[in-house]
Design a protein. Structure first.
Length: 322
């Protein structure tokens, strides 16, 4: 019995309670440079996405349009997604020991997959919205009713929740007794699973089939829907064709930026590549920053609504001063 107690004590002593993040670089000078760069990126993400959310909410015409209703939710997700990893990364650039607790690590995994999967489902919903708008324009507002849009967004959030709970449930059951060094700047499933003190083959297969296939199926569904849209545009009149093509181009750019890294990271066995960190940065930082630029610079309605909002704000400021 004493031998069993000793063994249990050793197991408790060796249980991992925190992870060490290796980050993007070990060079102090480079870390300070990266801190400034990513701080600018983070400010652009927050300001850009917040501006879109506020503009859509403030403009009744945009809010009643299904496309902008979805866009407002997309910007909100991007805003939240960047907050999961970037603030921690910025803090770690300024300290030597990049440590995250086990519970903090699970929280990052949960919110990363919750928001990431919700965004994928939302982009699929946006593709369906564009399909109805271009292929069935006469019945567009009847089909894409306010009630249907709400249900679709609610289903996206629910899908993200189920996906993230599945990921965390699989990770939390694994034993961790060391090592505890994660070769990334945040916690994600592939790196964490590799540190488990057991055979993780079944868990890896389950996770690849979950995250990897989810990314791939959504990506293929999106490509198919846009292929149908492009074929429809070619066979119809040229009136309004350039605007529809511009919208589709914006959506396809966003889709490629989001789904490309996800398919690369999750649709393969959990082996490390040197470019994994680059794809991680792209997914968590670059894409949320580029989305506002892609949707606003190519969109006259958004630019007009932002000008109205600015004029309204200037007028209110002038009245306050008076």
């Amino acid at each position: 019995s004493l031998g069993i107690l000793d063994l249990m004590e050793k197991e408790n002593d060796s249980k991992v309670t925190e992870f060490v993040l290796l980050g993007l670089s070990s060079s102090l000078e480079l870390q300070l440079f990266l801190f400034l760069i990513f701080l600018l990126f983070y400010m652009a993400i927050v300001l850009g996405n917040l501006l879109i959310v506020v503009t859509v909410q403030a403009d009744t015409h945009l809010l009643q349009s299904p496309m902008y209703y979805f866009l407002g939710h997309l910007s909100f997700i991007d805003l939240c997604l960047s907050c999961v990893t970037v603030p921690k990364m910025l803090g770690d650039f300024l300290r030597e020991g990049k440590i995250i607790s086990f519970s903090g690590c699970l929280a990052q995994i949960y919110f990363l997959h919750f928001l990431g999967a919700s965004e994928m489902f939302l982009l699929t919903a946006m593709a369906y919205d564009r399909y109805v708008a271009i292929c069935n324009p006469l019945h567009y507002l009847t089909i894409m009713s306010r009630q249907l849009c709400f249900r679709m967004v609610f289903a996206c959030w629910c899908g993200g929740f189920v996906h993230s709970v599945t990921q965390v449930t699989l990770v939390i059951q694994l034993p961790f007794c060391g090592p505890n060094r994660l070769d990334n700047f945040y916690c994600d499933v592939p790196q964490v699973v590799k540190l488990a003190c057991t055979d993780t083959y079944v868990v890896e297969v389950l996770m690849v089939s979950n995250s990897g296939l989810l990314s791939l199926v959504c990506f293929l569904a999106l490509l198919f829907s846009y292929a149908v849209i492009l074929v429809t545009l070619r066979t119809r009149f040229r009136q309004g064709q350039s605007r529809a093509l511009s919208t589709c181009a914006s959506h396809l750019t966003v889709v490629s930026l989001i789904f490309g890294p996800c398919v690369f990271i999750y649709l393969r066995p959990f082996c490390s590549f040197s470019v994994d960190k680059v794809f991680s940065v792209f997914y968590t930082v670059i894409t949320p920053m580029l989305n506002p630029l892609i949707y606003t610079l190519r969109n006259t309605d958004m630019k007009t609504a932002m000008k109205k909002l600015r004029k309204k704000h200037v007028k209110s400021c002038c009245h306050v001063k008076e």
